[in-house]
Write a protein that binds this ligand. Structure first.
Ligand code: B3K
Ligand code: ZN
Length: 874
């Protein structure tokens, strides 16, 4: 089986990278869009690369298309001079520089993969990264081939009044048969993956931005007419992002227009096509009535992310797809810094680390673990992962911290200036870091080259006579598929020492002055650090701000954790201590009384940011609790977590009631950090209060659901009702769910929330509800947002139901993967994740999950799903 999979799915290696044999200097494309087939005519200025000899044929990528004519310098080629097979168009020519013209036919109207040119509802749109352009027209579809594009789009005038592509509109006009055309020119060199085309009946919202050098840029967001009332937030976010990139990185936008288009059917959040970003409606449309706080913040982050790619990705792009994190890790780092600057640094850091620990750590510990710069892949679409994105961002963050803000800015200036207009490698980025700082980054590169999450074991001792504190650190990294031998990482450990009344001064061996905070450079397997002048036995505050993406093991006592929660000056570590204290209570090695009294203190603290307080009194998620566990009995873990939750709720019932009432507000809704924090705390309090079970709490929840003027409060109340245990509440929840659907059935994005609230509900019998919803008019298996909400929500975020010991959850997921793979491989392969984790569970569940993976493996599969399933079964 594995052998067969390898033949069908050849492995591509980083070490085999070679510069392209041919270059394409310019590309002129004419699209004639039709209801049954679209014709593409291309004229490419091709040049043989200097290393390429004259008998090397030109091999273009050409998938899922019919090639009807090929000409060189205007001369049609005979059938013997070109061959289209195996997804390649091979052209025999010995010319060194020539004009190549091709005509081909594609079928966007039947393209359910949402890759290449396709239809979303009534419009045409495109997605080309990483390999979509080769499904549009024959081309050298690799990121190190950069060219200038000129695109003419021809379509029916009534159905497609708006015709868009990258760059600036040059010409428009009328044609016969009620058709019209627009011609676009992109003056900036780009690889094909940044190409975009949109045609549809769209409305536009416009604004302007004046750049730092005084240029006016026209900003346009295109949406369907029904969505015109949901564009303001994205427009504001875009202007904030443009300004922030000028202020923080000195990067100015380079074209005269920046366009965003919202489409319903999209495989991910959004895409940074040059000058024409295409967005999933879920990542751009917002207003308080339909959008939750979390979504408002996510939209700001995604709009920023795609905009920031204009420099980190578009102007400086990737040499090959092994370098994906060059643009993605860096851009996630940039968007995360942007969100932190615009909202709250501590909150953003906690959110990012929560995601990293719950999902990236799990990926790094499973069969699909891979280095941030992978050495090989079968299907590159499978490498748009949390590792490449989120761990990649952590690695950039460590480098930014190593250099400090000024030097890091010098390094990024050098990087952008030196490599502008080029396709480069991760080593080029790190080279700039090294050049500016004088640091040798050789060992640091292990972060990019080695998979797996390092484990740092820490022990300590204190000598009151000498006032010496010693910290012993050891690091190890579990074996991962690409290697079982791991070289030590460079781990920056930021620390402080906390005494009975707060931070203590200390002097690290070798330093000349005492300090209260220090970053240790821990780069050996084992290392001891000695601190002198420590006036009392401290509690160490380790890995402050989560200074490195590692698993830190230090045996804190409950008293120490309570002390850190109370006294640490590092906001992140105070939150982290609250999570560790909760984990002790849940696994039975700590007491819930201690947790309860710590929560009481947290909720009573006046100076604390409500957003942070809300996160501190939230128990670690099932995903976070499952990390590093073997033979996991999900049911037992869920019960343990639930019982701690109920105990907290019972013991602090009146406090939660008070917090809920105190945090009501009658201000007009704003998605501002301060309002969001208060709503978060209020809704966490409400959920606990309802859990405690009083009629008054239930009434308050029902009242909030009915009267809320914003989706955060409305959905939160609904979700609290749906997750409640008692039969009485269940009946109420059913009514509210029916009412919610009636109220919102015309707003697709709200309906998706309705699907996901039900899919993720911990109430018993979850699968039956999901099966019924699959048949509901609101569901559409071809729409990735709906699949993600319902199937993804149930299988990824509802462990207690998905892992039902009868195996029904696993069978359901396998059925859906098989069904969706035939339509849309990228969406199907994203669903595989929960099954890849089979080794973490008890033996009975392991067998059930493996069976389903084997059943999937037996079918006709896309290369996407085949790679993931194959690697999971090894
Ligand atoms: N660069 C795109 C991701 C493309 C995913 C292709 N499967 C979006 C982003 O990261 O900004
Ligand atoms: Zn990105």
């Amino acid at each position: 089986m594995a052998h067969q999979a390898d033949e069908q799915n050849p492995t591509i290696y980083l070490k085999d990278y070679r510069a392209p044999d041919f270059l394409i200097q310019s590309a002129e494309l004419v699209f004639t869009l039709g209801e049954e087939g679209t014709q593409v005519q291309s004229t490419l200025q091709v040049a043989r690369n200097s290393h390429t000899d004259a008998d090397t044929a030109l091999v273009l990528n050409a998938e899922s298309m019919e090639v009807t004519a090929v000409a060189i310098n205007g001369q049609a080629l005979a059938n013997t001079e070109w061959k289209h097979s195996d997804d390649q168009l091979v052209i025999q020519t010995s010319e060194t520089a020539f004009l190549l013209s091709c005509t081909n036919l594609i079928h966007p109207e039947t393209n359910t993969s949402l890759n290449g040119l396709y239809r979303s509802r009534t419009m045409f749109c495109s997605q080309c990264e990483p390999h979509g352009f080769r499904r549009i027209t024959p081309y050298l579809d690799r990121p190190d081939v950069l060219s200038k594009f000129q695109v003419k789009v021809i379509a029916n005038k009534d159905k497609y009044p708006v015709l868009l592509s990258n760059g600036n509109p040059m010409q428009r006009g009328e044609l016969d048969n009620n058709r019209h055309f627009v011609e676009w020119q992109d003056p900036i060199l780009k690889p094909a993956y940044l190409f975009a085309l949109v045609a549809g009946d769209l409305e536009v919202v416009e604004d302007n931005f004046t750049t730092m050098s005084g240029r006016e840029v026209l900003l346009q967001i295109f949406v369907e007419a029904k969505d015109l009332d949901k564009v303001d937030h994205a427009m504001l976010s875009l202007k904030q992002a443009m300004k922030w990139d000028e202020d923080t990185y000195g990067r100015e936008y380079d074209l005269d227009i920046f366009m965003i288009v919202a489409v319903d059917d999209f495989n991910m959040g959004a895409m940074e096509n040059k000058g024409l970003n295409i967005f999933n409606t879920s990542a751009v449309l917002a207003n308080p009535k339909i959008t939750t706080d979390a979504r408002f913040q996510w939209i700001q982050a995604v709009v920023g992310h795609e905009y920031f790619h204009n420099w980190s990705g578009n102007r400086v792009t990737c040499r090959d797809w092994f370098q994906l994190s060059l643009k993605e890790g860096f851009t996630v780092f940039r968007d995360s810094h942007f969100s932190a600057d615009l909202n709250s640094e501590a909150v953003k850091r906690i959110e990012d680390v929560r995601t990293l620990r719950a999902y990236q750590f799990a990926e790094d510990a499973g069969p699909l673990a891979h280095p941030v710069q992978p050495p090989s892949y079968q299907e590159i679409n499978n490498f748009y992962t949390l590792t490449v994105y989120e761990k990649g961002a952590e690695i950039v963050r460590m480098q930014a911290n190593l250099l400090g803000p000024e030097k890091f800015r010098q390094a990024t200036d050098l990087y952008f200036d030196r490599f502008d207009g080029q396709a480069v490698a991760i080593e080029d980025f790190v080279g700039c870091i090294s050049e500016v700082s004088g640091l040798n980054m050789d060992q640091f590169m292990n972060w990019y080259k080695q998979a797996g999450t390092p484990v740092v074991e820490a022990t300590d001792s204190y000598n009151s006579d000498t006032q010496e504190y010693r910290l012993q650190l050891g690091q190890s990294c579990p074996p991962t598929p690409e290697s079982s031998i791991k070289e030590p990482f460079v781990i920056p450990v930021k620390l402080g020492l906390i005494g009975s009344a707060g931070e203590l001064a200390f002097q690290l061996e070798g330093d000349s002055n005492p300090v209260v905070e220090k970053v240790l450079s821990f780069n050996k397997t084992e290392q001891e650090f000695v601190f002198s002048g420590v006036s009392e036995k401290p509690t160490p505050s380790l890995l402050r701000g989560f200074s490195a993406p590692v698993k830190l093991r230090f045996h804190y006592s409950e008293e120490q954790l309570v002390h850190l929660i109370r006294t640490d000056t590092d906001g992140f570590n105070r939150w982290d201590a609250s999570q560790q204290l909760a984990e002790l209570a849940i696994d039975g090695s700590g007491s819930s009384d201690t947790l309860v009294s710590s929560y009481r203190e947290i909720l009573g603290q006046s100076g604390l940011d409500p957003a942070v307080a809300a996160m501190m009194v939230t128990l670690p998620s099932m995903e976070a609790l499952s990390d590093s566990k073997q033979n996991l009995d999900v049911g037992a873990l869920y019960d343990a977590r639930t019982s701690v939750r109920e105990e907290v709720a019972d013991q602090l019932e009146s406090l939660f009631r008070a917090v809920y009432l105190e945090n009501q507000s009658n201000q007009d809704y704003q998605p501002s950090a301060s309002q969001i924090g208060r709503r978060a705390l209020k809704n966490v309090a409400l959920a606990y209060w309802v859990t405690a079970g009083s009629a008054e709490a239930l009434e308050a929840c029902k009242h909030q659901y009915e009267t809320a003027d914003n989706m955060t409060d409305c959905a939160s109340a609904l979700s609290t009702l749906v997750n409640a245990k008692s039969n009485q509440v269940q009946a109420l929840a059913e009514n509210s769910l029916r009412d919610f659907y009636q109220r919102w059935k015309d707003e697709a994005l709200v309906v998706n929330q309705w699907l996901s609230i039900q899919a993720t509900s911990g109430a018993k019998g979850g699968l039956n509800r999901v099966l019924a919803l699959m048949e509901h008019e609101a569901f559409d298996i071809k729409n990735p947002n709906k699949v993600r909400s319902l199937v993804g929500g149930f299988c990824g975020l509802n462990p207690e139901n998905f892992h039902n010991i009868d195996g029904s959850g696993y069978k359901f997921l396998a059925d859906k993967i098989i069904q969706i793979d035939a339509l849309n491989p990228q969406t199907a392969s994203r669903l595989v994740t929960p099954l890849t984790r089979w080794k973490n569970y008890d033996s009975e569940r392991q067998a059930l999950m493996r069976n389903e993976l084997e059943r999937i493996a037996q079918g006709e599969l896309s290369s996407d799903v085949r790679e993931l399933v194959g690697k999971s079964l090894l």
